[in-house]
Design a protein around this ligand. Structure first.
Ligand code: ADP
Length: 608
């Protein structure tokens, strides 16, 4: 990575830290600064005290030095303790803020990016690397340590600088003194650079082991795995897997520690030889009466602090550089642009509820694919109509809905709402007119009512009504806490477990609660038992009321009650019309599919 890029990333990283939590960043830097300065107060005043004693200064002056030392250190310690506790509190804010930034990014991203495997991989890599210690943790720790050590270097230099201006000390000694310090720093830098490279290689190896470990805890930690683990006697296998991962991790960790320890030992030995030489020079200067006793104490302490701080600064600087590679990836995720045109038109709130949607010669290819999922689709429908979309799997039904609710923009052609291209509407406003139940809907481990309202606050009566409409009434009545019951056991031990069919009913209730003019159901009865399926069909007109309902299914029997049926085949609409009209077209796909399915059901019923 080029120097300019390092500078750019480090600037952005600091800005990012302040954006995530201003108080965390401020406390971190201020506290590191204070902590770093703390030892210089006793060093400075002790030197004055020793000289004062030697020169037989008045007791009041000596007492003043003692008082100032203790008083200033006391105040600095208080301030530092306050900043530390503020930082600990802000730590939570920092982590939440980071999670929020990532979640918000995912929500603002074009849906195409969310489905893009490369983006998914990028997100996973960042999660793994952050979990391993790179990114934010490295950023905070290296920023803190860099502020600490740079402050120490400056403070130590300012308190040792006078040595070079002392008269009577031979030049070679001054040069030897400076050279000794420089050499110690260089040796430390070399050792820490090597050590950092070893650590970084270890972390790279540990990334995938961390993922395995995380997965292992996912499996054994989630209560839903309990059944399978017991039933198939998987405990030993899982344990062996974990022991294997841990053993490999420890093997790498041990190898790393051994290499680092050897380097450290060499570095410590060399730096102590050099420190010894620095002591000798100072001793010589003192014995020849060129510096006071207090100054010796001050120089010795400051030089030792300087040496440690310098090697720490180098080590942390190198850590920061290593982290830049990971931060680059981290920021690349936050930088993913949403290429979809962001309109600003408000969706007209019509009293007459007269909305109509029109697909005008729409063709669509998924990103990074060659084949069209939809080809020259033309369709117009208006509010109040019940439209069924039928066709074999993979014929483009779900893609049609994804385009209608602007999860993707058409590759060719356009979609109009009340005659205006849907891209021109404000996206959130446009989405507000749709209630959709996708096949892969998701329920959360919150209260049932919260799931239905898709919000932490909900109207219990309305939630219960929607659940009843969706066929969940009896189950709701049997639940002691009604809509306040938790789903699943993630947040509450008394949470209820639900079947796939029940989940689908709750998802349907959620769509009804939103009460949007368009109700879209993608295979809404696939997980329902035949009785529940029948209930949904027979009450569908009542459920949908005066909304425009779009009903997607590959089971033709479930679409008969719709006003209009569009038959999809290989991405195109090949037929439209009512059930009666379509069934009469003997050569049509609908007729063929209908009879094929009827035959299937007949065989099925006969127990073939
Ligand atoms: P249906 O709902 O009728 O089963 P879909 O609309 O889901 O069909 O799929 C239509 C075509 O688009 C299929 O060939 C499918 O493989 C392809 N497809 C669906 N989703 C994606 C995607 N995210 N990326 C690439 N191709 C996709």
């Amino acid at each position: 990575m080029k120097l300019s890029e390092h500078i750019r990333i480090s600037k952005r990283a600091i800005r990012h830290l302040f954006t995530l939590s201003r108080s965390y960043a401020a406390c971190l830097i201020l506290n590191a600064f204070l902590q770093s300065l703390m030892p210089y107060v006793p060093i400075y005043f002790s030197a004055r005290l020793i000289d004062g004693l030697y020169e037989k200064q008045p007791v009041q002056t000596l007492a003043l030095y003692v008082g100032l030392t203790v008083g200033i250190v006391f105040l600095l310690s208080l301030l530092s303790a306050y900043l530390s506790s503020r930082r600990d509190i802000a730590d939570n804010e920092l982590n939440l803020s980071e999670q929020w930034t990532f979640s918000q990014k995912a929500m603002q991203m074009a849906y195409a990016s969310i489905e893009d495997p490369e983006v998914t991989l990028l997100r996973k890599r960042i999660a793994m690397e952050s979990q391993t210690g790179y990114d934010l943790w490295y950023l905070t720790s290296s920023t803190e340590r860099l502020v600490f050590s740079v402050t120490r270097i400056l403070a130590s230099l300012s308190m040792t600088l006078s040595f070079f201006f002392l008269e009577g000390i031979p030049l070679f000694m001054k040069l030897g003194f400076a050279g000794g310090i420089l050499l110690t720093i260089l040796c430390g830098a070399f050792a820490s650079r090597k050590s950092e490279a070893i650590f970084s290689r270890f972390l790279d190896t540990a990334v995938h082991l961390n993922v395995f470990q995380g997965k292992y805890y996912d499996y054994i930690g989630h209560y839903s795995s309990g059944k399978d683990i017991r039933l198939y006697d998987m405990a030993k296998g899982l344990l062996d897997f974990n022991v294997g991962t841990m053993t490999e991790f420890n093997r790498h960790a041990l190898a790393m520690c051994q290499k680092q320890a050897a380097l450290k030992a060499a570095d410590i030995a060399l730096s102590h030889v050099l420190r010894f030489c620095v002591y000798l020079i100072l001793l010589y200067a003192a014995l020849s009466g060129r510096i006071t006793l207090g100054s010796i104490a001050r120089y010795v302490s400051c030089v030792m602090l300087l040496l440690t701080a310098a090697s720490e600064a180098v080590a942390n600087f190198q850590r920061a550089l290593v982290n830049h590679t990971y931060l680059k990836r981290y920021f690349s995720y936050l930088d993913i642009q949403n290429p979809m045109y962001q309109g600003s038109l408000t969706v007209e709130k019509r009293d007459d509820n007269e909305y109509f949607v029109e697909f005008c010669d729409v063709s669509f290819r998924y990103p990074n694919t060659e084949t069209y999922a939809l080809r020259h689709v033309n369709l117009k429908f208006k509010i109040g109509e019940k439209l069924a979309i039928v066709g074999k799997n993979g014929s483009g039904k779900t893609t049609f809905i994804k385009l209608m609710c602007r999860l993707y923009d058409p590759t060719e052609g356009k979609i109009l709402l009340n005659g205006v291209d849907i891209r021109k509407y404000d996206y959130d406003e446009y989405m507000s007119i749709f209630s959709i139940v996708f096949q892969d809907f998701r329920l959360f481990g919150f209260r049932l009512g919260e799931n239905v309202a898709a919000s932490p606050s909900y109207d219990p009566g309305r939630a219960a009504h929607c659940l009843e409409q969706a066929g969940f009434g009896k189950r709701l009545a049997a639940m002691p806490e009604g809509a306040d019951s938790f789903l699943f056991k993630e947040f509450d031990d008394s949470g209820i477990e639900i079947s796939g069919g029940e989940a689908q009913k709750i998802a349907l209730a959620r769509a009804l609660y939103k009460d949007a003019p368009f109700l879209i159901l993608d295979e809404p009865t696939s997980a329902l038992d035949p009785v529940s399926e029948y209930e949904v069909y027979s009450s569908f007109n009542e459920i949908a009321g005066d909304k425009t309902a779009i009903y997607i299914s590959h089971r033709l029997a479930s679409c008969r009650f719709c006003d209009k049926i569009a038959v999809f085949d290989a991405g195109s609409i090949v037929q439209t019309g009512s059930h009666e009209a379509l069934i009469r077209q003997n050569q049509g796909l609908y007729h063929r599919l209908w009879h094929a399915q009827a035959q299937y059901y007949t065989k099925d019923a006969a127990g073939v």
